[in-house]
Ligand binder design. Structure first.
Ligand SMILES: [Zn+2]
Ligand SMILES: [Zn+2]
Length: 144
């Protein structure tokens, strides 16, 4: 993903959110890094560019962006929530149990068809778990 500043500012305006520098920095990192960071990851990254930013500001910016439907919280860990850019085509996730990274994967067409009749679907989350190729490689090498 590469979403420029103008597009981000327009998105915030459309959701009636004032585009503060911190909100833009949070959105930029989540949307453009593609790493599905936690709030702590985001704080660590943002404070490199904005050393004066507080954890509370980052958390509040995240909540505002989630409420505005621009970011979403992923239900992956039982621990800390991971965030993703909400306005991209539906996809599933793969969580590596070894390095903890979360990767985007395709979502099979027609996945909502497995839902029992009478239920109305408005979101689908699918998460695989296992080992990523890098971790598998590293494991192979360390066994030699
Ligand atoms: Zn891994
Ligand atoms: Zn994702």
């Amino acid at each position: 993903m590469n979403i420029d500043n103008t597009t981000m500012i327009r998105m915030l305006h459309d959701s009636k959110i004032r585009p503060s520098v911190h909100r833009l920095a949070v959105l930029d990192y989540v949307a453009n890094s593609g790493t599905h960071p936690t709030a702590d990851d985001i704080y660590a990254e943002i404070s490199k560019d904005y050393p004066a930013v507080s954890r509370t500001t980052v958390y509040n910016s995240l909540h505002t962006l989630v409420d505005g439907g621009i970011l979403k919280e992923l239900e992956i860990d039982n621990g800390s929530a991971h965030y993703d850019f909400a306005r991209q085509s539906p996809h599933s996730h793969f969580k590596c149990r070894n390095c903890g990274r979360i990767f985007d994967m395709a979502l099979p067409a027609g996945i909502a068809e497995v839902v029992s009749p009478g239920f109305r679907v408005d979101a689908a989350e699918l998460c695989f778990a296992g080992a990523c190729p890098e971790c598998i490689d590293r494991n192979k090498n360390s066994n030699n």
